[in-house]
Write a protein that binds this ligand. Structure first.
Ligand code: PMP
Length: 415
């Protein structure tokens, strides 16, 4: 399709955006790549790739402890990301921004510090029926260790949380509520503000898993009033191995430390160790310097395009895909509700998701098939897994049409 035609359909200059992502020029099995696995990880713009190369080729040094120029430059770039993240999620202070390896580590950090200290026998933790395994398993482990109880908010047939049931689960024993902002398996946007408010009314602390929302929705942790918010750099155009845990300062200060080692200490003697200030108290050892530095250009890129524009564009793709795919005989969308972003998950009667995935890959179309690390949700819908197409700011309507046509052909072959 001509650039002018592509842009006429879209809300912004998607052709120009595509030029910033070098991987989109490649072919897969003789076809131009159509990348619809964005919920698993997004592609990276040249500015992010350049930041990685620049750090290793120009100012590679360890951060914080050096007085030489390279160490100072690396530290400045490393810390600049913290300020960018603070603004990106509207945190009250940079001390509330903890660098992690990703959402999984952020959630585990809270489980092994706050929850291990605060959950007593008979206390309750509430999660939802649409959580990723990373927001299930850490709570199971800690509840087992502390003799606390794990409760689950049920999901309706449309893929929404049953809020009345949630209200009924809350009581004075509820100490923590941990839910995702957006479901990775269905794209459902959960009413987290209401969830947080209801939990706070019972005195419970709330962790929001923002792995799937940080790229698509405006995040304002002060407005949400969440106590913790975890997300991953690699799902928002940044590098892998880097993530953020936001926590309210008072909670973070009162929490025990997580990993011990260099950087997280103030003074060490064999008799006693005192710990560093926030955020370094939770950042033991040499951090992931390059990937932290390269998260800033990713955030800058998102800010430049604008979350509103990204959302409008992705909604256009999602609506078009929903319309086209609904017309396919035997196709059932999992997560059929009005509050969704960027994800279309579906099954097709008589064909296995994995076989469809392989046939689409033969046409250069990358989708994800399987349980999406949300096995309890798959059980809820009585499916072994789904086919998931997830959209990003650089995808086009033309690519959605290729997916629809690829699916029609795949069904013909497989049935
Ligand atoms: N929660 C959700 C909702 C996710 O989609 C993911 C990643 N698929 C995670 C948590 C875990 O993120 P990571 O693997 O980057 O730690």
């Amino acid at each position: 399709m001509e650039t002018a035609t592509i842009n006429a359909i879209h809300t912004y200059d998607v052709a120009a955006i595509r030029k910033d992502f070098p991987i989109l020029n490649r072919e897969v099995k003789g076809h131009p790549l159509v990348y619809f696995d964005n919920a698993a990880t997004s592609q990276k713009p040249q500015s992010v790739i350049d930041a990685l190369v620049h750090y290793y080729s120009f100012n590679n040094a360890n951060v914080h402890r050096g007085i030489h120029s390279l160490a100072e430059e690396a530290t400045a770039d490393f810390e600049a990301t913290r300020d960018a993240v603070k603004d990106f999620i509207n945190a009250a202070s940079r001390e509330e921004i903890i660098y992690t390896r990703g959402t999984t580590e952020g959630i585990n950090l809270v489980a092994y510090t706050w929850a291990r200290q605060n959950l007593k026998q008979g206390d309750e933790v509430i999660i939802s029926g649409m959580e990723h395994h990373s927001n299930i398993v850490p709570w199971q482990i800690i509840c087992e260790q502390n003799n606390a109880k794990l409760k689950v908010i049920p999901v309706n047939d449309k893929g929404e949380l049953l809020m009345d049931e949630y209200s009924a689960l809350l009581n004075d024993r509820t100490k923590l509520v941990a839910v995702n902002h957006v479901s990775n398996a269905m794209g459902t946007v959960n009413p987290v503000k209401e969830i947080i408010q209801l939990a706070h009314d019972k005195g419970a602390v709330v962790l929001i898993d923002g792995a799937q929302s940080a790229m698509h929705l405006d995040i304002d942790v002060q407005d949400l009033d969440c106590d913790f918010f975890a997300f991953s750099s690699h799902k928002l155009l940044g590098p892998t191995g880097m993530g953020i845990l936001y926590g309210k300062k008072d909670l973070l200060n009162a929490m025990p430390v997580f990993a011990g080692g260099g950087e997280m200490i103030k003074e060490v003697t064999f008799e006693k160790t005192t710990y560093n200030e926030l955020p370094y108290k939770f950042e033991a050892g040499t951090p992931n310097i390059a990937d932290a530095i390269a998260l800033k250009p990713a955030i800058d890129y998102i800010n430049k395009v604008g979350k509103d524009n990204i959302r409008k564009h992705e909604d256009l793709l999602l609506n078009h895909a929903t319309e086209r795919l609904r017309a396919i005989d035997g196709l059932q969308i999992i997560g059929n509700n009005d509050h969704k972003v960027s994800v279309l998950s579906f099954v097709i009667s008589g064909v296995h998701p994995q076989d469809v995935g392989i046939l689409l890959d033969n046409k250069g179309i990358a989708v994800r098939t399987g349980h999406h690390c949300a096995e309890p949700l798959m059980n809820r819908f009585c499916v072994p897994g789904t086919i998931r197409a997830s959209f990003a700011l650089y995808n086009t309507i033309e690519e959605v049409d290729k997916l629809a046509e690829g699916l029609i052909k795949a069904v013909k072959i497989l049935r």
